[in-house]
Design a protein around this ligand. Sequence first.
Ligand SMILES: [Zn+2]
Length: 137
Amino acid sequence: MKISGNSFCPCGSQKKYKNCCRKFHFGEEPQNALELMKSRYSAFASTVSEYIMKTTHRENPDFTHDTQSWKKSIHDFFDHSEFRKLEILDFIDGEDLAYVTFKANIFQGAIDVSFIEKSKFLKVNNLWLYHSGEFIE
Ligand SMILES: [Zn+2]
């Protein structure tokens, strides 16, 4: 779903999207892994697949140079999912390795497909990238 600049940012900051994650979606670089995590969630919620692809580490299993099919699979997920809320549970910062544990509240129709994930982020050439994640029961 597309969101307007005046809507609340999907990341849960209570700020308007135009004053929050949108700047990252349009080229500004997150200063830490937590900002990256939140802006990636917002990108999922507001259908900015380019940003998801750009901030994924090449070692991630989803990474492919076939951006057309990757984009399609991201959109398939977007189109059937409603991103209701992001809750940050833990943030372990580091020089070039960081972890964020979060709960993503996501519904597909009436079905709750929410999950808790511990995500690993790596800093490569001064840019934070999403490396991988493990689900936490
Ligand atoms: Zn935001």
